[in-house]
Design a protein around this ligand. Structure first.
Ligand code: IVH
Length: 692
């Protein structure tokens, strides 16, 4: 890359355009789709490069320059909340020299040579929220959005345990607390593991997982994810009862907010620098991700004197950790086969310490990624722990490539069973077509079947399932339920062709552990409908979808009959189930071996019908309703939940099938479309009257 000093104006213009485009794409991916397009380091590099070029060619600053933006516009399907005070962002620094410069500039601005106290706080790598309290009661929550307008996530925030809903002690009448929502590293790993076993796309890092979990239109899904918060600043307050950031933290604690235990008041530059060093040392051992440190002038009076630059305060700065990278060698590229047959390439690395963690594998994502980066066995590569946890290959050091190395050829057959592995159009993933004849898939399916959110059978862990599979003891979920009989002692004639298993004789087992296993299995012979549907391991059907299906079909019999008849109308009408998912579900039931397994299972177990509390006698039961505009008496989620509990279907868009459009303030195109289609439009009050 050319040094900024040597760029011609034409080149500079070209590059600014390129950077604006890349960063806009990255912003959309990050803020709206919760899936990153660039790594943090790549993003930061572009941002710095952009600033450098703009500093040299101020006349070329674009109207859409990334230096003028905070975040991305909000996604439209959430209600919008306008922040009374904008949620700003922080300037970034990357070195101790820049830190010293920052402290100097603060002193210069205040015209003092004395030390200034700063609060040094870990920079939590999550997403910021604003929570509004009226007379101590939580009333509204928002994301940052573009800094001016955020998304209404009131219902989602309510599901976060560590966010106090009622504050204790003396509280200003109006109090808006801001902070960060995050997912712990452990919960992130568990969630990804689950997603992987469900054949779903995994999250790249805990921050994306937190964002994806928080910004769910169905707050029930947010509730299932273990999110937490740290509070660190405020927005609108009717009465400021604190004079320093340190004192603010005392108040936060007294009110019941979680405050980061590593926040530290620093009185000298040396203390600030030391706190940064210390944070770097404990970073890997913290249960959540941080991406640097934030320094804030402790005195609010001084903060007020310092004021703001265009989008960032002059009294605070973010000191980012350098991306944790290291160079190592790829010893082998392995292909893992998941439950739904997805082939995932994994690089076995020469083990190396990256920022305090020994890394010996890196994910290569998929075959396109390998091709794009031209990753080969024997290559020296730069690896990075993105978002602190999952190691990835950033780039290959081509100069170090051994002579005679060959391009990696992604297999077109399954490395586990030899069946064809095909890649459907528009799919990034190649899949084994072996189904249950593929041992890898069969094992993963059994593991999924007994997993915590499915049958939840204690005592059947991965290791035992693998052993039992390879010894032919459990080759399908059905075999779990005949285990006791086959063990010997049960019905003598049931399995007269095979010798009793006598599991109690196995190494490390005993009578007691075998008994416990049978007890655990028998306890699950009666199972709820959502769990059973989830346990089947249908591609794309996770716990939330399983619950939706259960709710809409009521019994497994109804669901299965429709699916076998390929009758998907009811299915795709469910809010949250799309055509692609319906296709996967129907395909599952079209497989002879799946039906066989299900029938055998149903002979062993009882699937409970789904008890539904819906009031089907309400005037809107069976009707399709659409909410549009800003509602005043209830949040969008509340309105939706209410309508569902009264037996209505809630749809996101107006069509011929819509019965009512409930129109709030500032309703836009949906109301217009409803008029055009001659659909009944009612106000929020009329809706409340209707369902009273
Ligand atoms: S203070 C005007 N404190 O970093 C100052 N932000 O780049 C507002 N963040 O949007 C932010 N930890 O999402 C502040 N202890 C902390 C933080 C923190 C993480 C995030 C926050 C903010 C971003 C700024």
């Amino acid at each position: 890359m050319k040094n900024v000093e040597n760029l011609t104006p034409e080149e500079a213009e070209e590059e600014l355009k390129y950077i604006a485009g890349e960063m806009a794409k990255a912003d959309i991916a990050y803020y709206q789709n919760d899936a990153p397009y660039l790594t943090d380091a790549e993003y930061d590099r572009l941002k710095i490069r952009n600033a450098q070029i703009e500093a040299r060619f101020p006349a070329l600053i674009r109207p859409d320059s990334p230096s003028k933006k905070v975040g991305a516009p909000v996604r439209s399907d959430f209600g919008k909340i306008r922040h009374r005070f904008p949620m700003l962002s922080l300037g970034d620094i990357f070195s101790i020299t820049e830190l010293d410069d920052f402290i100097m500039s603060v002193k210069r601005f205040l015209n003092t040579s004395e030390d200034i106290a700063f609060m040094a706080e870990p920079k939590i790598d999550g997403l910021s929220f604003a929570a509004r309290y009226e007379n101590g009661r939580f009333v509204q929550g928002a994301t940052r959005g573009d800094g001016t307008t955020g998304e209404d996530i009131t219902e989602n925030l309510k599901t976060i345990r560590s966010l106090p809903k009622q504050l204790t002690g003396k509280v200003p009448e109006i109090l808006e607390i801001r902070g960060e929502v995050y997912m712990s590293k452990a919960d992130f790993f568990a969630l990804n593991q689950k997603y992987e076993s469900e054949g779903k796309k995994t999250f790249a890092n805990p921050r994306n997982a937190a964002a994806g979990s928080l910004r769910q239109l169905d707050a029930g899904i947010t509730a299932e994810r273990n999110l937490s918060i740290f509070a660190y600043t405020w927005g609108e307050v009717s009465e400021r009862m604190w004079d320093t950031q340190a004192d603010f933290f005392n108040h936060l604690q007294a009110w019941g907010f979680p405050v980061n235990p590593n926040n530290k008041l620093c009185l000298t530059t040396k203390e600030i620098e030391d706190s940064f060093t210390r944070l770097g040392e404990i970073r890997a051992s913290l249960p959540y991700d941080i991406d640097g440190m934030v320094y804030k002038v402790n005195s609010i009076a001084l903060q007020e004197r310092l004021g703001f630059l265009t989008r960032t305060p002059r009294w605070a700065i973010a000191h980012k950790f350098p991306a944790e990278q290291a160079v190592t060698k790829i010893n082998n590229i392995r292909i893992q086969v998941g439950r739904t047959g997805a082939l995932t390439p994994v690089a076995d690395l020469e083990p190396i310490n990256v920022g305090g963690v020994i890394v010996s594998h890196a994910t290569l994502h998929n075959e396109d990624e390998i091709k794009r980066k031209d990753i080969r066995v024997g290559d020296s590569v730069i690896i990075q722990r993105a978002g602190d946890v999952i190691p990835q290959v950033v780039e290959v050091i081509k100069e170090k490539r051994p002579a005679g190395s060959k391009e990696f050829e992604f297999p077109h057959t399954c490395p586990q069973c030899g069946a064809h592995a095909i890649r459907e159009e528009d799919e990034a993933i190649r899949r084994c077509t072996g189904g249950l004849t593929c041992p890898a898939q069969a094992i993963e399916r059994i593991i999924h079947f007994v997993s915590r959110e499915a049958f939840d059978i204690e005592g059947l862990g991965r290791k035992i399932v693998e052993e039992f599979y390879h010894e032919g003891i459990i080759t399908s979920p059905v075999d779990i339920f005949s285990l006791e009989q086959r063990n010997g002692g049960g019905d003598l004639f049931a399995h007269q062709n095979s010798a009793p298993l006598h599991l109690e004789m196995r190494n490390g087992w005993g009578k007691k552990s075998v008994e416990n296993l049978f007890k655990a299995i028998n306890a699950k012979r009666q199972i709820s409908l959502p769990r059973f549907i989830y346990a089947l391991g249908i591609r794309q059907v996770g716990t939330a979808t399983a619950r939706l299906i259960a709710k809409n079909y009521g019994s497994f019999k109804h669901f299965m009959e429709d699916m076998i008849a390929k009758e998907t109308l009811k299915l795709v009408e469910i809010d949250g189930i799309g055509g692609a998912m319906a296709k996967d579900i129907v395909e599952f039931f079209a497989e002879e071996h799946n039906l066989k397994t299900i029938h055998k299972l149903l002979a062993e177990i009882t699937v409970e019908d789904f008890i539904d509390n819906t009031d089907y006698s309400s005037p809107i039961a069976g009707k399709t309703v659409v909410f549009t505009g800003t509602l005043e008496k209830m949040t969008r989620s509340e309105a939706k939940a209410k309508a569902l509990s009264l037996g209505a279907k809630v749809s996101g868009s107006v069509s011929q099938n819509t019965d009512y459009v409930i129109m709030g303030a500032d309703a836009g195109s949906k109301a217009a479309k409803a008029k055009e289609l001659n659909i009944k439009i009612i106000t929020e009050d009329e809706f409340l009257e209707l369902i009273k």
